[in-house]
Design a protein around this ligand. Structure first.
Ligand code: PSV
Ligand code: MN
Length: 387
């Protein structure tokens, strides 16, 4: 079996983008709990995100959500991020919190509302120009709640037209990633429910359009690693929104609900050439409703690193030989050997050898940062999912 020293150079390149909104308060439709030390603005969110990178070396970029992260000067925000040792990443558009979008945004039957949604995306591209971000990530809440409510086919046509208008605005080095989700907030039909729909639209748009795969956006039992393999094969996997789910779109810590699924997904990423491939952005899309947010993000990136290490330990040569020989249980055993390898002690040692803490969770807890933000951030309005 391959050892950690062999895979270390690959692990060293790993970069996972953090969502700015993970540092704000979040919750369910029942309650959003406040928590001491929560950032009051995008600058404080970025300072917190920088802590994750500082202790893990894994998270050099922070994704923004517009309008949650609207600031007067993106040049200042960019400088602030750089001063904290991180950069600004993907810009997420938001056409799901304005009353005008009750019946849809870019798919709405009213051309004025469609234009309003398109204009919002133009504004996001303006932000990208200032932050130096490459990716515009589009997730649409569009859909219907009742059969017959609207014309499903017409909405697809309007979607295609609106996306084309947004796509045409992208700069040469910018990309669009189109995220799918099978339900919620719409419950009867969703306009971009699955990877196939996202793929069909991105192919029609062109080579700067890719699919974003949010691991929480699938029906129970869906074989997500198959989708990963297929999209990589088609050259259209643009990004991941990692999180984990027990029931619906739970947005919990990646690898918490089903580490084996995360391993299988990353194994297909490795197999398909998607690891450390700039075309495939690794991002988190999570909410920390009851746990502390910075340690929640630290644990998340470590989970991704750990499962990446295990996936890299798969003895590919032996696996191919077993597969070619039709050795069903032998092949399965080779995969499981890698999955069951406890890489944590070796990763801790390796981290130390690079000047990082062996145990980033403990290092953060001992750093005093949490106590400091809890003492300092008094007054003001805490950022929340939606601000
Ligand atoms: C929608 O559920 C989603 O996954 C999209 O990526 C949004 O931008 C994000 O969640 C908001 O938390
Ligand atoms: Mn997402």
């Amino acid at each position: 079996m391959t050892s950690l020293s062999t895979i270390a150079p690959i692990l060293q390149q790993q970069a996972i983008e953090l969502p700015s909104w993970a540092f704000g308060n979040s919750g369910t439709r029942f309650k959003v709990f406040g928590s001491p030390g929560t950032p009051r603005d995008p600058f404080e969110k970025i300072a917190d995100a920088a802590q994750v990178h500082k202790h893990t070396g894994l998270a050099p970029k922070v994704a923004l959500h517009i309008p949650w992260d609207v600031v007067d000067s993106y040049a200042d925000l960019r400088k602030h991020a750089e001063d904290h040792g991180v950069g600004l990443g993907t810009v997420n558009s938001n056409t799901f919190q304005d009353d005008a979008y009750k019946l849809g945004s870019v798919t709405h039957s009213d051309p004025a509302i469609r234009q309003k949604a398109i204009d919002h995306h133009f504004r996001c591209i303006d932000v990208m120009d200032e932050t130096g971000s490459r990716d515009l990530k589009i997730w649409l809440a569009d859909g219907t709640n009742y059969p017959g409510q609207d014309d499903i086919r017409a909405r697809q046509d309007r979607l295609a037209e609106s996306l084309a208008a947004i796509y045409a605005r992208l700069g040469d080095d910018q990309r669009m990633v189109l995220e799918y989700k099978f339900f919620e907030p719409a419950f009867y039909h969703t306009d971009v429910p699955d990877w196939g729909t996202s793929y069909a639209h991105t192919v029609a748009l062109g080579e700067k359009a890719y699919v974003c795969l949010d691991t929480g956006h699938h029906a129970p039992g869906t074989n997500i690693e198959f989708i990963v393999a297929q999209l990589l094969r088609l050259g259209k996997l643009g990004s991941f929104d990692f999180n984990s789910r027990f029931y619906a779109d739970d947005d919990l810590i990646v690898g918490a609900a089903d580490p084996f699924q995360l391993f299988r997904i990353i194994a297909e990423v490795v197999r398909g050439g998607g690891l450390n491939n700039p075309d495939v952005a690794f991002m988190l899309d999570q909410c920390h409703n009851i746990e502390k947010k910075i340690p929640g993000q630290i644990r998340s990136v470590l989970n991704v690193q750990e499962m990446t290490a295990r996936a890299l330990l798969i003895d590919r040569e032996a696996l191919s030989a077993a597969q070619a020989a039709g050795d069903v249980l032998g092949a399965n055993g080779i995969l499981m050997d890698a999955f069951y390898t406890d890489v944590r002690p070796a990763l801790a040692e390796w981290r130390e050898s690079r000047g990082l803490p062996a145990d980033p969770m403990a290092a953060y807890a001992a750093s005093g940062y949490q106590e400091k933000i809890e003492a300092d951030r008094v007054g003001g309005t805490q950022a929340g999912w939606g601000a």
